[in-house]
Design a protein around this ligand. Structure first.
Ligand SMILES: Cc1ncc(COP(=O)(O)O)c(C=O)c1O
Length: 411
């Protein structure tokens, strides 16, 4: 008899990442990809890592290659606590294998099948993926340019028979800084209102902030965690300020929930590679990040400016809307009526440019006209070429649409 692999219900809910599938197309030689969220490799401090690697091996080689504490490397937890703009006890810091692992741990600890989890419209696709195996019901909270709309958040936080759900939402997942995918930043006023309303409603917040340090002109307002540390699990990452290949992130959790997150982590991977933690700790000494991160900001700002200028130039006369993000890696654009960006993508790829369609980033029905454009991976010349190619693709698509409209109905 052939072996019968009976899948768990949660495995049935796992889907291949649309993003990863798209990235495969973009690996074709000659494609300029505005699709992936890949930090510019020019920003990776390779020499500093080489020096730190030698130092760790020579000074602490045995400890660096041994099993270690699940909570993380003490000096790194302290460095994380020192880095954050509110009073954080290092005992509340859990080092994670990327902030993506933080999302997995939060989901395991807080979600049952059928639990409601509130997310922004749209939200980070990788979070929806991390939550999915716990079989929750994600619900989108309405948003405007300033972030989530407080009235809708609070209406959805409570369980009401009228709303068709009995239980309170388990948490709301928020990305206040340079959000993935929209590049949007939550204003000071909205943060204050969200924080106050969530505290009054007893609604836990999971705040994801991998991009917060990548601001261009001024630092964003204080995180939600700084306003109500007991009501927020805060997720951070070294991916965007050092290198994503490290797979190094952290979370800061209220004391009431920390032990459960730690137990969940122990079951997943015992601990995050201690060698990497010690190496990053060595790289970060002498305030390295305060010298390094400004160089990333300068580079990304220049590329954001190039993309905005190219969009203004190339999309002239087309009803294409886009925002001007004040930090991070992404810009959000909305195409003219009739264009579906999923259908547009292969045509853009034929012209050697790739983007990510917006629809997969919505927990509910997506807006088919939207797309996410990354301005950090391609250089300025490539951005110019790519946006010109994208505009040509859109013009061709619009011409095709109006031809189809004019064509007599077939019998
Ligand atoms: C909003 C958001 N959260 C989490 C992650 C995961 O980051 P990490 O590399 O720290 O796992 C990403 C990665 O792009 C992201 O955009």
């Amino acid at each position: 008899m052939t072996t019968q692999w009976k899948l768990a219900t949660r495995a049935e809910k796992m889907n291949p990442s649309v993003l990863r599938e798209i990235l495969k197309v973009t690996e074709r030689p000659g494609i300029i990809s505005l699709a992936g969220g890949l930090p510019s490799p020019k920003t990776f401090p390779i020499q500093e890592f080489a020096d730190a690697c030698a130092e760790v091996l020579h000074k602490d080689g045995q400890a660096a290659l041994q099993y270690a504490a699940s909570e993380g490397y003490g000096p790194l937890r302290q460095a994380v606590a020192d880095m954050l703009p509110w009073n954080v006890d290092p005992a509340q810091v859990l080092i994670t294998t990327g902030s993506q692992q933080g999302l997995d741990l939060v989901a395991k600890v807080l979600l049952d099948p059928g639990s409601r989890v509130l997310v922004e419209t749209p939200t980070y696709l990788g979070a929806l993926q991390a939550f999915a195996p716990m079989e929750p019901v994600p619900q989108s909270v309405a948003t405007d340019d300033e972030g989530v709309i407080v009235e809708d958040l609070i209406a959805k936080a409570r369980g009401t028979a009228a709303g068709g759900f009995q239980d309170a939402a388990r948490f709301v997942y928020l990305l206040p800084n340079f959000q993935n995918p929209t590049g949007r930043t939550m204003t000071e006023a909205r943060r204050a209102a969200v924080s106050e309303a969530a505290a009054a409603a007893g609604l836990p917040i999971v705040e994801d902030n991998p991009y917060g340090e990548l601001w261009f002109d001024e630092a964003p307002p204080l995180p939600l965690a700084a306003r109500n540390p007991d009501g927020v699990i805060y997720l951070g990452s070294f991916s965007k300020v050092l290198a994503p290949g490290l797979r190094l992130g952290f979370l800061v959790a209220p004391k009431a929930i920390y032990p459960k997150l730690l137990q969940a982590k122990q079951a997943v991977d015992l601990h995050t590679p201690i060698f990497t933690q010690r190496m990053v700790s060595a790289v970060m000494k002498d305030n390295f990040l305060s010298r390094h991160v400004p160089t990333i900001r300068t580079l990304y700002k220049r590329q954001r400016d190039a993309m905005v200028a190219a969009l203004r130039r190339e999309m002239k006369g087309l009803d294409v809307q886009f925002n001007v993000p004040v930090g991070g890696m992404f810009l959000w654009a909305r195409m003219p009526e009739g264009i579906d960006t999923v259908a547009l993508l292969p045509k853009a790829v034929e012209r050697n440019v790739a983007f990510v369609p917006g629809a997969p980033f919505y927990a509910g029905a997506g807006d088919p006209r939207t797309m996410r454009l990354s301005f950090v991976t391609a250089n300025v010349d490539e951005i110019d070429t790519a946006i010109a190619a994208l505009a040509a693709t859109i013009r061709e698509e619009l011409a095709g649409l109006s031809e189809r409209k004019l064509a007599p109905a077939s019998t």
